[in-house]
Design a protein around this ligand. Structure first.
Ligand code: NAD
Length: 258
């Protein structure tokens, strides 16, 4: 089998949190196009249902929608059980749901801070552990977490200390789990996207006016497209990345290089 053929995900089952739109929708598309059956997991159930139907039609794979708040341990456990029940197993997952709140540190409320940390870090912990427990007991698997270039640099000019701290936490959590599970068949990696043109950016009134400034700072002079994260995630989900664990993949058009 050639290398491209061996990167396919035929017969594999996985889910994507925050899969209804944006980056998660694109990686779910990549997984299904590579042959996997996929669950679209999201707080926004209506959009998840639409995305699942669209991907099933486009790829011919089984694609289901599951409503889940990734910050709720009981909902996360129920989501894993539903994935296993309806898809027949769990080989990989992309724990990707996240939000951003911008506020100067001295004005950020504890409620704002907690909301960001709860979704971006605690939510990744809950989904990683629930998926990891299943994979540890069922022959292994691959977990992909969405961090951000904000784990590596402090974005300017917008103030976003909670977001930056949450994403740095995702990378250390990823590495910690990778070490703990390295001999047990469960691999854990993260991706760190640069600025990507999704709703998170394009519908945020405080961020829209900054896009021109970011593009002026960006070596490629543009935002990334969510589709540009598909291939790295398909690689990480499958068996050709069998020696890759505990790694973070920066996909940012060289934004963090200087
Ligand atoms: P998006 O806002 O387009 O989509 C996020 C999805 O997550 C939404 O469908 C939302 O309903 C869902 N979601 C939010 N909270 C949830 C929860 N508690 N439980 C389940 N689902 C929840 O965002 P995006 O740009 O696609 O971002 C996806 C991930 O990528 C996030 O973790 C984000 O921090 C990260 N990221 C984005 C960028 C960017 O520039 N867009 C850059 C780096 C990292």
């Amino acid at each position: 089998m050639g290398i491209i053929e061996s990167m396919r995900l035929d017969g594999k089952k996985g889910y994507v949190t925050g899969g209804a739109r944006g980056i998660g929708k694109c990686t779910a598309t990549g997984f299904a196009e590579a042959g996997a059956d996929v669950a679209i997991v999201d707080l926004d159930y209506d959009e998840a249902v639409k995305t699942a139907a669209e991907l099933a039609e486009k790829t011919g794979r089984k694609v289901i929608a599951i409503k889940c708040d990734c910050t709720d341990p009981e909902q996360v456990d129920a989501m894993i059980a539903q994935v296993v029940d309806e898809l027949g197993g769990l080989d990989f997952c992309h724990n990707n749901a996240g939000i951003c709140i911008n506020a100067p540190a001295e004005e950020m409320t504890y409620a704002q801070w907690s909301k960001v940390i709860n979704i971006n870090l605690n939510g990744i912990f809950l989904t990683d552990i629930a998926a990891g427990k299943y994979m540890l007991a069922h022959g292994g698997g691959s977990i992909i977490n969405t961090a951000s270039m904000s784990a590596h640099i402090v974005n300017v000019p917008q103030p976003q200390c909670a977001y930056n701290a949450s994403k740095a936490g995702v990378i250390q959590l990823t590495k910690s789990l990778a070490i703990e599970w390295a001999k047990k068949g469960v691999r854990v990696n993260s991706i760190s996207p640069g600025y990507i043109g999704t709703d998170l950016v394009l519908t945020n009134k405080t961020l829209i006016p900054l896009i021109e400034q970011w593009n002026a700072m960006a070596p490629m002079g543009r935002l990334g497209k969510p589709e540009e994260l598909e291939s790295i995630c398909v690689y990480l989900a499958g068996d050709t990345s069998s020696f890759t664990t505990g790694s973070d993949f920066i996909v940012d058009g060289a934004f963090t290089c200087f």
